[in-house]
Design a protein around this ligand. Structure first.
Ligand SMILES: *[C@@H]1O[C@H](CO)[C@@H](O)[C@H](O)[C@H]1NC(C)=O
Ligand SMILES: *[C@@H]1O[C@H](CO)[C@@H](O)[C@H](O)[C@H]1NC(C)=O
Ligand SMILES: *[C@@H]1O[C@H](CO)[C@@H](O)[C@H](O)[C@H]1NC(C)=O
Ligand SMILES: *[C@@H]1O[C@H](CO)[C@@H](O)[C@H](O)[C@H]1NC(C)=O
Ligand SMILES: *[C@@H]1O[C@H](CO)[C@@H](O)[C@H](O)[C@H]1NC(C)=O
Ligand SMILES: *[C@@H]1O[C@H](CO)[C@@H](O)[C@H](O)[C@H]1NC(C)=O
Ligand SMILES: *[C@@H]1O[C@H](CO)[C@@H](O)[C@H](O)[C@H]1NC(C)=O
Ligand SMILES: *[C@@H]1O[C@H](CO)[C@@H](O)[C@H](O)[C@H]1NC(C)=O
Length: 335
């Protein structure tokens, strides 16, 4: 049933075709970002065979292009290349994505083909071992920059040889900014999402979480109140500097149209209304959920709070890998 969601391009050691069969981790990587960030975040990942690296193209106009350790800023013959993915500066959601499945543990070297970006250090690696610094230095040292041209990228293995005729189904990644200059809020506060979509929480400054709760108990982890054994997702605390330019992310998969209720576990935040919902419907609206959070955990309720309140700290913190299955491919980008 999942096969139509994915392209099935088979490229070098990387393939999209095996995604529906794997139980690998999802590893999110942002490409570019607000204010013209020229970087991949994170700049490298360690991945196991079967893991899926999901790239989210943010603002500007970048590529994901395979290169080599020796020549970081030149396309690898028969390597993969996303092509340019322009994203307007005013776009704040529905970012295009591409993904690649890790087929072995050899290093995979990647750069952005946009003029000057590689030389400014816009490189990325899967399983670089101890070679990441050397790769970055070779990129910014300019030793290979002269060979970059605007010519067509290397042709990768054609989709037609292995892809079924069905095009990739469109799904959406909803980016939600957590904290930052807007204060202790999720932005947007509430969204509507379809099964197959994803929600990527992008953590800005301060120290927040995105933790699943329930409508009845907005400020308590779902696992602490569920009568049906649900654990719920939890990003864990994401401490981010005020002057940070790259932001950690946490992605959840939307599996159905049931409402999803979320709050920040940081002391005082939920009680001040730092909550978020997916697919809230009247009478259990987002506004009602937020009002309940403030009513139950706001200053008015402070004196009633249990002294043994651990602020949710007993919740087992699960990695992104443990809480999401896989991410649908948004665009038919070729990796
Ligand atoms: C982007 O620029 C705006 C306005 O200059 C600033 O408020 C914001 O903090 C910047 N964001 C990042 C991620 O640097
Ligand atoms: C993206 O960058 C490429 C290469 O510089 C350029 O050809 C293309 O026009 C750009 N697209 C947009 C929409 O700016
Ligand atoms: C972004 O700006 C362009 C040009 O000003 C405008 O046409 C477009 O509607 C804007 N998009 C959004 C999402 O605001
Ligand atoms: C983030 O907040 C948590 C909970 O209050 C705290 O345990 C942790 O030390 C904080 N991290 C940083 C870096 O401030
Ligand atoms: C952020 O700013 C502080 C003080 O201005 C500085 O000490 C720190 O190194 C900066 N951090 C980053 C990541 O730039
Ligand atoms: C839900 O989010 C939309 C923007 O996405 C906002 O306009 C609306 O006010 C929010 N609803 C509530 C109750 O805050
Ligand atoms: C909200 O209040 C309840 C009841 O006192 C408490 O169990 C829970 O930990 C509080 N949540 C937060 C995030 O402080
Ligand atoms: C969606 O399903 C996957 C796989 O069962 C699960 O890991 C994930 O937590 C679910 N998403 C939500 C929001 O419950």
């Amino acid at each position: 049933m999942f096969s139509t969601k994915f392209s099935t391009f088979a490229i070098a050691c990387l393939s999209l075709a095996v995604i529906p069969r794997t139980r690998g981790a999802i590893i999110p990587v942002t490409v570019g970002g607000p204010n013209g960030t020229i970087a991949y975040n994170p700049s490298s990942v360690t991945a196991n065979v079967g893991d899926v690296v999901v790239f989210t193209f943010m603002q500007k106009n970048h590529t994901i292009t395979q290169s080599s350790l020796a020549t970081p800023c030149s396309p690898l013959a028969n390597g993969f290349d996303s092509g340019f993915v322009p994203v307007p500066a005013n776009q704040t959601s529905d970012f295009p994505q591409a993904q690649l499945t890790v087929k072995d543990t050899n290093p995979v070297w990647v750069y952005c083909r946009q003029t000057g970006h590689c030389q400014q250090g816009m490189v990325f690696a899967v399983n670089p071992g101890d070679k990441l610094a050397a790769f970055q230095a070779a990129a910014t040292g300019g030793s290979t920059s002269a060979s970059i041209s605007a010519s067509a990228p290397p042709t990768s293995t054609s989709a037609s040889s292995s892809a079924p005729s069905a095009p990739p189904t469109s799904s959406t990644d909803h980016v939600v900014v957590v904290g930052g200059t807007a204060g202790n809020v999720f932005n947007p506060t509430n969204i509507t999402a379809q099964p197959g979509d994803t929600v990527t929480f992008q953590f800005h400054s301060k120290n927040h979480t995105a933790t699943q709760s329930s409508f009845g108990n907005p400020c308590r982890a779902l696992g602490l109140t569920s009568t049906t054994g649900q654990v719920g997702f939890d990003s864990g605390f994401m401490a981010v500097d005020a002057n940070a330019t790259t932001f950690p992310t946490f992605t959840i998969q939307i599996n159905d149209t049931q409402p999803i209720w979320t709050y920040c576990r940081q002391t005082g935040h939920c009680g001040s209304g730092m909550v978020f919902s997916v697919n809230a419907v009247d009478p259990n609206s987002f506004a009602a959920f937020q009002a309940k959070a403030i009513q139950l955990n706001g200053t008015a309720s402070a004196s009633a709070a249990s002294p043994s309140n651990t602020n949710g700290a007993t919740l087992p913190v699960r990695s992104a890998a443990g809480t999401i299955a896989f991410v649908g491919l948004v665009l038919g980008l070729v990796l």
